[in-house]
Design a protein around this ligand. Structure first.
Ligand SMILES: C[S@@+](CC[C@H](N)C(=O)[O-])C[C@H]1O[C@@H](n2cnc3c(N)ncnc32)[C@H](O)[C@@H]1O
Length: 351
């Protein structure tokens, strides 16, 4: 039997649907079961197989903090204080000697509750319950950080386990790579799309419109064996240079038209961002037709049960793109780029 862990996760809040979809995809890719998930505004509580927290921390783009879940209750002060009093502090403070309490208000929830006052009062309750046994408050480097979130009508409380180093994503932004191109997607969305493809360490991941390698970098960082191709030789060179800059191994990056890549053999996962005919060229092809032809072609290389994740502009007719394929549409996520362009991220699965 597998052990179970109960987690409290602070999502980045950058998008409505992608963070939770990403968590579910990571679990599926890593073959870890989520038994129960409850989504509140920017916070989610989930019960799943042991190892889920580590996998999310290692891979997710849209997660900020991972905590051990302690309790959730209404945003009523008496209820909050009673719930804190009933915690098993002997277990929590086993071999630990200091703590801090932090309260994080999501958006403007519970404006009538002072986060500072709540923090102070919960700290006092903990000291009262356990302070005599040598536990003290340490705001600078506590052994245990209790964290409470005021979110949509609920107060959720836990212990911080991992704060995600989101700065490393920012450092991989297109402008910091040796070979930059304006069409390259930011590393957060690129990583999220790789995650949505259920790719996992050791899998063959393929991007047939690889540009300067944004997806390949993110897939290689989670341990995939990456394959990329592009119709433009400068992009092929750019991808290779960028992967080498980060010291990342790759199976191959080669010149190929995405309308005809059927000879590469089977791959485990595909995530890609075909050109929309604006920032990157389609070499004269109608962008919608190009995406449709790629999708039809992708069926010949993606393994059975494998995922194809593709970004398209909102104006594309999704039914038309998929009509001649057996790919099943599982998810659609809309991501606004600017006033005239919203991307749609399609998550497709081959049966
Ligand atoms: C939006 S960019 C991809 C950006 C990429 N995700 C990155 O991070 O750099 C689209 C790429 O598709 C390539 N492309 C255009 N038509 C193609 C075709 N028929 N087959 C393969 N690649 C093509 C372009 O050269 C361009 O590099």
């Amino acid at each position: 039997m597998r052990f179970v862990e109960k987690l409290l996760i602070l999502l980045s809040g950058e998008h409505e649907t992608l963070p939770v979809a990403e968590i579910k995809a990571i679990a599926e890719g890593e073959n870890l079961r989520i038994r129960d998930i409850r989504v509140l505004d920017q916070v989610c509580i989930l019960t799943g197989d042991d190892g889920l927290g580590d996998a999310i921390a290692r891979r997710a783009a849209y997660v900020k903090t991972i905590c051990k879940y302690l309790f959730s209750c209404n945003t009523n002060l008496h209820e909050i204080y009673d719930s804190v009093k009933s915690l098993n502090f002997s277990e929590i403070f086993c071999e630990k000697s200091s703590f801090a309490v932090r309260i994080h208000r999501i958006k403007n929830y519970s404006p009538d509750i002072s986060a500072y006052e709540l923090q102070r009062r919960i700290g006092a309750i903990i000291l009262e319950a356990f302070g005599k046994r040598g536990i003290m408050v340490n705001l600078r480097s506590p052994d245990v950080i209790f964290i409470g979130f005021l979110t949509a009508g609920r107060f959720v409380f836990g212990i911080v386990e991992k704060v995600i180093e989101r700065i490393s994503f920012k450092r991989r932004a297109p402008q910091f790579r040796p070979y930059a191109h304006p069409s390259s997607m930011n590393p957060f969305l690129s990583r999220c799309m790789v995650n949505l493809s259920r790719a996992t360490s050791g899998d063959v991941f393929y991007d047939p419109f690889c540009g300067v390698g944004g997806f390949l970098i993110e897939a290689a960082l989670i341990g995939c064996r990456v394959l990329g191709s592009d119709i433009d030789p400068k992009m092929v060179l750019g991808s290779r240079k960028n992967l080498e800059f980060y010291d990342l191994p790759y199976l191959d990056v080669f010149l190929c038209d995405a309308r005809s890549f059927s000879t590469i053999g089977r791959v485990d996962a595909i995530a890609t961002d075909p050109p929309y005919g604006a920032a990157s060229s389609t070499k004269g092809e109608d962008p919608e037709k190009l995406t449709r032809m790629f999708l039809e072609n992708s069926e010949s290389v993606i393994k059975r049960g494998g995922y194809v994740v593709v970004a398209t502009p909102h104006k594309f007719d999704i039914g038309g793109l998929l009509k001649s394929t057996n790919l099943k549409l599982l998810e659609i996520h809309s991501v606004k780029v600017h006033q005239n362009l919203t991307r749609r991220i399609l998550v497709l699965k081959r049966d």
